[in-house]
Design a protein around this ligand. Sequence first.
Ligand code: ZN
Length: 186
Amino acid sequence: MVIDKEKIKAGVRLILEGIGEDENREGLLETPDRIARMYEEIFDGMGRDASEPLAKTFSVEKNEMVLEKDITFYSTCEHHFMPFYGKAHVAYLPDGKVVGLSKLARTVEIYARRPQLQEQLTAQIADALMEFLKPQGVMVALEAEHTCMTMRGVKKPGSKTITFAARGTFAENDKLQERFFSLLKQ
Ligand code: ZN
């Protein structure tokens, strides 16, 4: 997916005009171009999936839970186009194969770098792991602050939204879920 920077620039100019700004004011001259380049980066996950980072796997003999916690992520709320950001915690119970730990963070990043809803992002990370890594189960928890809630609207700075997705054995086995939550507290 190649981002069309000219369209973004034209759109930003329209927004500037819409709020009554002068797009030719010195401080704003480069703004459409800056935003277009920034969008190229923060929407880098468009048209991608996690099949690439999750392709290279390693065999394991014992299927013990793998948990990568406190993965920092930044995403964009698709309702307001404002950032939401926080930590992702991703766990899976392997079925004979594991991936490099950095690949879990990379998976989070691919789905975070698009217009998103936190619930949807959580589910997409879990579903991608199930589909491409084929473990026995996956558990994902995301905690995030939404600037569309803290900077406008209800204005509750510091409030956090927490979402979960459980798949496979994690959805069926309460003990496994409990272990996940107790590991998060450590
Ligand atoms: Zn929002």
